[in-house]
Write a protein that binds this ligand. Structure first.
Ligand SMILES: [Fe+2]
Ligand SMILES: [Fe+2]
Length: 294
């Protein structure tokens, strides 16, 4: 005779099956384009522009995005960038690599059709640019790993959002309410977007510091030897939320850098926060717009 399952057992089984399903969906994501890392290594080894150009031209989707971005960033609009070569020279190494990573990331999420997708992408771009600004203002070397980790810190949400809609007939944004996002996600779906993001980043064979920063961007103290990069993503993420549109103000209200131990530990003063905001809104608004419409 089959024993009847208790309520707790049904709950446990429900979570087990759901998490298995969500994890499998994350694992089915196609690999992060190889071309990104090939371009990174060519640029870092100061390869001739011709070689970088050939690699980019090999991938028409990325080439088109680079051209579009180059045309909206800096002098592009003034002079009209027509070739990949011109775009490479105009963007410069750092911006070129950022554009390449952003172009690749838009294969998985980006300025899509729904408001949720658009908001997530805009938040990701702002977090990435803010991490770069903060690293510079605090005299840290703004490396590509920090930018990449920041751009992809919420990648887990792309899949969790879908499951929230299927199982809860609601978006995560609605069910989160006042409770902390991570707790709500775990309660509703059995897994949170940090864990899921780390699974995706690991499958993409990202370096361990990026995996760790994605996995711990809400609890950087758990990142061990990668605490610094996880903390910078944490700080940039909090600022991006606080600086975003008024509809996110419930989060903005919760932003209190003076009592936040991570902000204190990394000496992120109100002055730095103000300067970062100013730079994002003025100096970097063009870049943010260009990446935002990738
Ligand atoms: Fe997050
Ligand atoms: Fe975030």
């Amino acid at each position: 005779m089959v024993r009847e399952l208790s309520g707790n057992e049904i709950d446990a089984l429900h979570y087990e099956l759901l998490v298995k399903d969500i994890t499998a969906a994350a694992e089915r994501l196609p690999p992060f384009p190889d071309v990104a890392w090939k371009i990174v290594s060519l640029v870092k080894s100061m390869a001739p522009v011709k070689e970088i150009e050939a690699l980019i031209a090999y991938d028409p989707a990325i080439a088109a995005k680079i051209l579009r971005m180059a045309n909206s960033v800096y002098y592009g609009r003034q002079y009209g960038v027509r070739t990949v070569r011109e775009a490479i020279l105009l963007l410069g190494d750092k911006r070129l690599l950022q554009v390449v990573i952003a172009a690749c990331a838009t294969l998985y999420y980006g300025p899509g059709n729904s408001q949720d997708e658009r908001d997530l992408w805009e938040h990701s771009v702002n977090t990435a640019l803010l991490s770069e600004i903060i690293a510079r203002l605090t005299q840290r070397t703004a490396v590509l790993t920090l930018y990449t980790a920041s751009l992809l810190h919420d990648i887990g949400n792309t899949i969790l959002n879908l499951y929230a809609k299927i199982y809860l007939h609601s978006s995560l944004r609605q069910i989160r309410g006042e409770t902390e996002a991570i707790t709500t996600e775990r309660r509703a779906l059995g897994i949170d977007h940090q864990e899921l993001g780390a699974i995706i980043a690991r499958n993409w064979k990202f370096p361990p510091e990026i995996v760790s920063a994605i996995e711990n961007h809400h609890n950087p103290e758990r990142a061990g030897k990668y605490e610094e990069i996880a903390s910078l993503v944490y700080i940039a993420n909090k600022m991006a939320i606080a600086f975003s549109k008024p509809k996110e103000t419930e989060n903005a209200k919760a932003f209190d850098p003076d009592s936040d131990p991570v902000f204190k530990k990394f000496h992120i003063t109100r002055g730095i926060i103000q300067d970062s905001r100013q730079e994002l809104l003025t100096g970097m608004s063009d870049v943010a717009k260009a990446l935002g419409s990738a």
